[in-house]
Every structure is written in C-alpha cells, then in structure tokens.
Design a protein around this ligand. Structure first.
Ligand code: 5GP
Length: 184
C-alpha cells in the first residue's frame, strides 16, 4: 500500500484549527491525527494519547537527545514536538494530519519535502482576539502575548503551500479537503 501524505495545518491560537480538523476527520475518517508530545499540562477535557502525550521536561529532553522527534519547538514556555515513530506508523495506514506551528512546519518541510503545508487565517486580527477571549481558556495577561505571536505566525504564511481563511469552519474544512483531493 502507498504511504499516506503528511498534511501540516497551522494557524494562530484561536483561529479554530481544532474545529476545522474535527470536521475534516468526521468527513474523512481515514485521516489520522498525529498526536504531539508536550510539556504543557492538560486542559480540561484533554486526554492522554488523544490530544497530546503529556510528558515532563526531562522526558521531552531525553526524546530530543534520542532523535525521536520529526520536529519540535519550544513556545509559550513549553516544548511541543511530533514523535517520529507514531507519525510514520500512521502514514503506513493513510494520510496524517499534523496540527503544528510554523517553526515545526518548516522542519517538516525540510525533512519531508512532499509534505503539504496549509495555513489557516482568521477573517481579521480583531476577530481572532474576540475568539481567543470568547474561548475562555487564555488568561487575560496572555492575550496580548498570544496576539503578538499570532501576528508573527500569520507573517509565516507566505511560504506555506496553501492559505485558507476560516470565516466558517465547515466551509474552511471543505476548502482544505478540496485542495487535498486535487493533490491526489
Ligand atoms: P496548544 O497549547 O494551544 O494546544 O498549542 C499551541 C500551539 O502549539 C499551536 O499552534 C499548535 O499548533 C502547536 N503545536 C502543537 N503540537 C505541536 C508539535 O508537535 N510541534 C510544534 N512545532 N507545534 C505544535
């Protein structure tokens, strides 16, 4: 069987990536989600091995030393990385979706040049800030930091293969699925 594709989805915190990815996976149950390792604590409702592998800083640094990451990055005071083995195992079964930020996306592109990189934009910065506040999981003192980071992330979209705007998650998911169907 042909190996699946690596499909990287990036977009600033609050852009609705999780919702868009959820819709894509509902419509395409054969997509597999690459579960990242992180040192950040779980948020309410997040499950070990489903949303992330929650590990200690020591464990993460040990995995770095062993070369176990396809890519990794430190941001928002934590490490985040894609364990290579689980991504490759999932690729044997079909297309794999990676929800990672631009520094990781760049590393994936360098390691796997035929990976497909898709960047999700908010309709506007004002709307992004509104959504971030509305989500209620980002303390007020972190909103400005997240917005600064969002501006930097959005500037990175120029080297992505595709840029889509999320003004409606269903439409955005369909647009990405259309791009991926054309690429087959
Ligand atoms: P959150 O803490 O909100 O779950 O994620 C924060 C950011 O980390 C998001 O932009 C997400 O895409 C990114 N991220 C999640 N997993 C990984 C990963 O494995 N590698 C990299 N480079 N970024 C990740």
């Amino acid at each position: 069987m042909k190996k699946g594709r690596l499909i990287v989805i990036s977009g600033a915190s609050g852009v609705g990536k999780g919702t868009v990815l959820g819709i894509m996976m509902e419509k395409h149950p054969d997509f597999r989600f690459s579960v990242s390792a992180t040192t950040r604590p779980p948020r309410p409702g997040e499950k070990e091995g489903v949303h992330y592998y929650f590990v200690t800083k020591e464990k993460f640094e040990d995995m770095i030393a062993r070369g176990e990451f396809l890519e990794y990055d430190a941001h928002a005071k934590n490490y985040y990385g894609t364990p290579r083995a689980q991504a490759e195992e999932k690729q044997e079964l079909g297309d794999v979706l990676l929800d990672i930020e631009p520094k990781g996306a760049m590393q994936v592109k360098q390691a796997v040049p035929d990976a497909i990189l898709i960047f999700i934009m908010p309709p506007s910065l004002e709307e992004l800030e509104r959504r971030l506040r509305g989500r209620g999981d980002t303390p007020e003192d972190q909103i400005a930091l997240r917005m600064e980071r969002a501006a930097w992330e959005m500037a990175q979209r120029v080297w992505y293969d595709h840029v889509v705007v999320n003004d409606d998650p269903e439409k955005c998911a369909d647009e990405i699925l259309h791009i991926l169907a054309k690429g087959q």
